[in-house]
Ligand binder design. Structure first.
Ligand SMILES: [Zn+2]
Length: 96
């Protein structure tokens, strides 16, 4: 079976399963949600660190969060997004 490297942490196989490159845990599918089984943690964007310190209420009425996805087995950080809380992850990410 051949694989396609997606990034430093993710790989997809011929069947379309997306897995962690470090521990081989299946995380999702290329045709569905590639990170369906990832562990997701959200917190207010103001807690993102010194580079993101402005209160988002200055610019929008929507809640803005830092959303991070981790491998559920080895806890490798897979993605980090700063997004409106009411929007799904990977608004434009597609593997097809
Ligand atoms: Zn892993």
């Amino acid at each position: 079976m051949s694989t396609m490297t997606i990034d430093a942490n993710l790989v997809a196989d011929d069947a379309g399963t997306v897995s962690c490159r470090h521990c081989e845990t299946a995380l999702g599918t290329v045709r569905g949600n590639p990170l369906e089984h990832a562990r997701v943690h959200e917190r207010p964007s103001t807690e993102a660190g010194p580079g993101v310190h402005v209160d988002p209420r200055t610019f929008t009425d929507r809640a803005i969060v830092v959303r991070q996805a981790f491998c559920p087995q080895c806890l490798t950080l897979l993605t980090t997004e700063i997004v409106p809380a009411d929007e799904p992850s990977f608004r434009t990410w597609s593997l097809l």
